[in-house]
Design a protein around this ligand. Structure first.
Ligand SMILES: Nc1nc2c(ncn2[C@@H]2O[C@H](COP(=O)(O)OP(=O)(O)OP(=O)(O)O)[C@@H](O)[C@H]2O)c(=O)[nH]1
Ligand SMILES: [Mg+2]
Length: 302
């Protein structure tokens, strides 16, 4: 190990990652942490929980806080709970990364910006620059959005390529308070394997099932057993949907869709947990699970 790697942590703090749905917050978190800790999909509102991703570098520990996409279009109980998760996360952090897509800053983006605390440093992160064909278009766009607030920094990045993540880290580190590490240096998240197992199943539902159905479903782990067999984890999970017709869609013709969800979720777990996984998945009808806040709390949305 080099001397630099041994530099003790002297700066540490919480960094909220906020933005409109689907701008790439969770992808960015995973890229910064260097490991998958938050699920991603090309659909709005994939993230439903506040998830920590810890990145310890020489001299500095970043505790990134992934949040659900802030949305203003629908206001059912689940969306209210998700939006609240965003605003609560903002209260406890040292820095805010406000993520938008390069060349796009619409009313939804601005609405969230108006909710960011006035007294906290905000870094404007323009993600997905890899998709910008004419780089010359970036400058006038930056000039325009930079008027919206006194940003601590403006950093164009790509979470997937990745581009400029070291610049983003350096700008973020400048805003962190002095202090010791808050988490062990090899820790990457605060979430349990059981939680991650449910999330990986949900990710496959978001990726493999069309339209509205992912929003009407959730996953409950019934059994998570690391001890029954050496080197293999036994996972039993229920996929809750709101009606019989949704159940049929989730299962697919001849059980094909649920089989694919199960296979891909199992592979994701095996990669993440670095051991064998036996996954059993059932689709159950539980109508109204997302209709009221008490019901949501029962399924871990708080
Ligand atoms: N081209 C490109 N695509 C990206 C980049 N970052 C994220 N994406 C894609 O954007 C989509 C949304 O990514 P997520 O990370 O799930 O977005 P999110 O902001 O966490 O979304 P919610 O949790 O639903 O609010 C996925 O298909 C990602 O692969 C990027 O830098 N470039
Ligand atoms: Mg997300």
């Amino acid at each position: 190990m080099s001397e630099a790697e041994q530099a003790p942590v002297s700066r540490a703090g919480y960094v909220a990652i906020v933005g409109r749905p689907n701008v790439g917050k969770s992808t960015l978190l995973n890229a910064l942490v260097g490991q998958k800790v938050s699920i991603t999909a090309d659909k709005a509102q994939t993230t439903r929980h506040r998830i920590l991703g810890i990145d310890t570098q020489p001299g500095v520990q970043f505790v990134f806080v992934d949040t659900p996409g802030y949305q203003t279009k629908h206001s059912n109980a689940l969306n209210r709970v998700l939006n609240r998760a965003v605003t609560t996360a903002l209260a406890d952090v040292d820095v805010v990364l406000w993520v938008i897509e390069a060349l796009r800053c619409g009313p939804d983006d601005r609405k969230l910006l108006s909710l960011l605390p006035a007294n906290k440093p905000v870094i404007l992160v323009m993600n997905k620059v890899d998709r910008v064909e004419r780089k010359n278009d970036l400058l006038p766009f930056v000039a325009e959005v930079s008027k919206l607030r006194d940003f601590a920094a403006i950093v164009p990045v790509s979470a997937t390529k990745p581009i400029q993540l070291d610049v983003l880290r350096a700008e973020t580190a400048k805003q962190l308070p002095e202090g010791e590490a808050m988490f062990p240096e090899d820790e990457v998240t605060d979430r349990s394997m059981r939680f991650m197992a449910a999330e990986l199943i949900r990710e496959k539902v978001f990726r493999l099932v069309g339209d509205e159905l992912p929003y009407e479903s959730t996953v409950v782990i019934e059994r998570f057993d690391e001890t029954s067999q050496p080197g293999r984890i036994e996972v039993h999970a229920n996929l809750l949907v709101a009606s019989e017709s949704q159940r049929a869609i989730m299962i697919g013709a001849g059980g094909e869709r649920i089989k694919r969800i199960g296979t891909e979720a199992r592979k994701g777990m095996e990669a993440m947990f670095e051991c064998g996984v036996h996954l059993e998945l059932w689709v159950k009808v539980k109508s109204g699970w997302a209709d009221n806040e008490a019901g949501l709390r029962a399924y871990g949305y708080d």
